[in-house]
Write a protein that binds this ligand. Structure first.
Ligand code: GLP
Length: 263
């Protein structure tokens, strides 16, 4: 796991964009794994700027979302498919028909989960997965106690996650769905590379557990320790509880391979 500590959220977002850009430049047909939440918004803006500057094109890529709420119609402002259109798709040149998410409105949700796994597999798997992390250590919507071998499935959201996400629903906790469909931890671990972005003090405990804690379903993000190609990009507050912060800074400053993939 490579840990990159940046001076602020903007700098972290640029590094995440650099990593995604490097994958697309070597693999124009790359399959991108895209996350919702507020954390990746600036990374998508940065990718959008690069596309508009003509230095990058996502026209040949496809994308798979991590998760979706159950029961929010596609036109709902907080349906993740609509959110990803808003924060990512409309800013870049990706073909919207090649952006996929699990169907949280399906009559048969189990079948929708299996179909989603099949679609990721048929696309050849995710080349680079962008991730955020929840304050309770969730990735995607894999809440604490999720199997670390799990596949795409229905999950019940914790009270904490619903509380955290109520800000997107005008502060109305009752409006936040209780269930979601999410790629499993095992699904996420099959991405060829992962870039996890975390900013802000409220993520510092989840970050500490993810990077330095024991692997445990209590903090599902700790499963990323098993993945051979993860870059964790942090701002100072998110990194503030790490024990080995000087080592991470030193390693990054003196990395031998001058590429974002170096670790
Ligand atoms: C959300 C999403 C995750 C996201 C996380 C953190 O509920 N399901 O994919 O990484 O929680 O969100 P934020 O970036 O807004 O803090």
């Amino acid at each position: 796991m490579e840990v990159v500590i940046t001076k602020n959220r903007e700098a972290a977002s640029v590094i995440a964009a650099d990593i995604i850009e490097a994958v697309v430049l070597t693999t124009p047909h790359a399959v991108l794994g895209v996350a919702t939440g507020s954390t990746p918004v600036e990374t998508y803006r940065e990718l959008g700027r690069r596309v508009h500057a003509g230095r990058l094109s996502l026209a040949a890529t496809s994308a798979f979302m991590l998760d979706e709420y159950v029961g929010l119609a596609a036109h709902h402002a907080q349906a993740y498919r609509r959110v990803i259109d808003e924060i990512f798709v409309r800013l870049v040149d990706i073909d919207p028909s090649r952006v996929h998410g699990p169907d949280g409105m399906a009559a048969d949700l189990d079948l929708a989960c299996t179909a989603y796994e099949d679609a990721i597999c048929a696309a050849g798997g995710v080349d680079v997965q962008l991730l955020g992390v929840g304050t309770d250590g969730h990735i995607g919507f894999n809440e604490p106690s999720s199997s670390l071998a799990s596949r795409t499935r229905i999950k019940t959201l914790t009270a904490r996650t619903r509380q955290d996400n109520a800000r997107f629903f005008g502060g109305d906790l009752d409006a936040v769905p209780t269930h979601c469909l999410t790629q499993g931890v095992g699904t996420i671990l099959e991405a060829k590379s992962v870039v996890l972005l975390a900013t802000g003090q409220e993520k510092s405990e989840a970050v500490r557990q993810m990077v330095e804690g024991p692997i445990s379903a209590r903090w599902p993000a700790t499963a990323l320790q098993l993945h051979p190609a993860v870059t964790v990009v942090l701002d100072e507050p998110a990194a503030s509880r790490l024990d080995h912060i000087d080592y991470y800074r030193d390693t990054y400053a003196n990395r031998l391979l001058r590429s974002p993939r170096a670790r």
